[in-house]
Design a protein. Structure first.
Length: 88
């Protein structure tokens, strides 16, 4: 599927997975809009992940917990309005 055809939160998810090298699928699925994205939408705070459909509030190793800086185009996509408390 092309990114241009994706709608809503799927567009954000696909863009992050395609354009953000150090981001894993399970990490992207558990990004909470009001908790794991900076106010200026330029940084993702990786603090939890999804595994087999369940939230794991810990990472496999201490290095898994990290901050990921986004380029301007990805920051613009993540700044699209989303309901507070929702996941990507």
């Amino acid at each position: 599927m092309r990114l241009g055809k994706a709608k809503g939160r799927y567009r954000v998810l696909y863009a992050l997975l395609a354009g953000c090298g150090p981001l894993r699928v399970g990490e992207a699925l558990r990004l909470e809009i009001d908790k794991h994205i900076s106010e200026d939408c330029r940084t993702l705070y990786i603090r939890q992940k999804a595994k087999r459909g369940k939230i794991q509030a810990y990472m496999k190793t201490p290095n898994g917990e990290r901050d990921v800086d986004l380029c301007t185009s990805l920051a613009r996509i993540t700044s699209a309005p989303q309901p507070p408390g929702s996941y990507l």
